[in-house]
Design a protein around this ligand. Structure first.
Ligand SMILES: Nc1ncnc2c1ncn2[C@@H]1O[C@H](COP(=O)(O)OP(=O)(O)O)[C@@H](O)[C@H]1O
Ligand SMILES: [Mg+2]
Length: 358
């Protein structure tokens, strides 16, 4: 086990800078997720840590050791990819044990370690099968088994569940979380799926265009996004956002947009400033008999059983409210909603950075 430290890490592909001087510390035993849209640099970051990609500047440490010049096999990390890269002609047993065999382990040792890994991953019954005789989820577990037997200082996962169907993805997610709880190995997990990042990681690192835009525990990112980009990226359904102009003329500040306005809290911004105001779908409440603060029109509603998503329109913006399943909804209905202004998020209308309430 080891911690991983990046200092001023840069990656240039020719004249194009893909990673812009990243500083990051992954503590020993921590589970960190790199998340962001396609092309933001997640795989590049992981591949530089694994040694599969040279760095153009900065320092990478694994444990006490600077590994900038160390070959991948000397870095003591195990990587798991989305395409499992199993040997098709070998049994599951041989696939898992192959690395140990290459390093000259005795066959009894290999047998014991393979059995142990297979037990953890619940694939003991498939050891004699070939990868072609397994489902996608089972194959992914074999790939993980191969990583486990190496007993590495760290696991590096690059979108390992992307090829699996939705149900299996959720199952494997739980399996990976259980694995980490059991082994406690330092883990970096790359995904474009914010739900995976949120549910798995102790700490989430959001990347955008080769920069870290925010990092922290999942709930911190959810409740205090540092900018509009993180606010929109983290959370499903997305945070509702309204772009408009701050109006201080009345008794309380309001956001004016299109032909409507929204009561907001006070923020450190001047009258007439362009701001974006956000609210999570679960913070919009059905007003019922109480006076409504906003009255959007229902376009579509999606009953999920536990709650119902009401997708509405308000002043040219789409808005999603997560309502109780008992609320009676129909299309084109004007629905009264309430919210607590302290639940609102504010962002600068120009650069998108978070604005704090005054
Ligand atoms: N081998 C390469 N040569 C040139 N550009 C690359 C190479 N690999 C990645 N890139 C570029 O670097 C950026 C980050 O890519 P990548 O790390 O694969 O993103 P992600 O994994 O987040 O989707 C992208 O703009 C991509 O086009
Ligand atoms: Mg990638």
């Amino acid at each position: 086990m080891a911690d991983i430290r990046l200092e001023g890490v840069v990656k240039d592909y020719g004249s194009v800078r893909a990673i812009h001087g990243v500083d990051l510390h992954v503590a020993d035993g921590q589970f960190v997720a790199f998340v962001g849209p396609s092309g933001c640099g997640k795989s590049t970051m992981l591949r530089m840590i694994a040694g599969l990609e040279e760095i153009s500047g900065g320092t990478i440490r694994i444990g006490e050791r600077v590994v900038n010049q160390v070959e991948p096999r000397g870095r003591d990390v195990a990587m798991v990819f989305q395409d499992y890269a199993l040997y098709p002609h070998m049994s599951v047993r041989d696939n898992i044990g192959f690395g140990l065999k290459m390093r000259g382990f005795a066959s009894a040792d290999i047998e014991r370690q393979v059995a142990e890994a297979a037990g953890i991953l619940q694939i003991s019954d498939y050891l004699d099968r070939k990868p072609g005789q397994l489902s996608g989820g089972q194959r992914q577990r074999v790939a993980m088994g191969r990583a486990i037997v190496r007993d590495p200082a760290a696991f590096l996962f690059d979108e390992p569940l992307s090829n699996l169907d939705a149900k299996l993805r959720v199952e494997m997610r739980t399996q990976i979380k259980r694995l980490h709880a059991m082994l406690g190995t330092t883990t970096i997990y790359v995904t474009h799926d914010q739900t995976e990042a949120m549910t798995l990681a102790d700490r989430v690192v959001v990347l955008r265009d080769g920069y870290i835009v925010q990092e922290g525990p999942p709930m911190e990112l959810y409740s205090r996004p540092s900018c509009r980009f993180v606010a929109e990226f983290i959370g499903s359904p997305q945070m509702n956002l309204f772009s408009g102009v701050l109006d201080r003329a009345g008794a309380v500040p309001r956001l004016q947009f299109a032909d409507t306005s929204l009561e907001i809290g006070d923020i450190a911004a001047a009258d007439g400033a362009r701001i974006d105001v956000g609210i999570r779908p679960e913070h919009l409440l059905y007003a019922g008999d109480e006076p409504a603060q906003i009255e959007p029109v229902v376009e579509v509603y999606e009953p999920l059983g536990s709650d119902t998503m009401a997708i509405c329109r308000l002043g040219g913006h789409e808005l999603t409210a997560r309502l109780a399943p008992e609320v009676d909804l129909h299309r084109d209905q004007r629905i009264g909603l309430r919210y607590d202004p302290s639940r609102l998020h504010y962002f600068d209308g120009t650069d998108g950075r978070r604005l704090e309430p005054a």
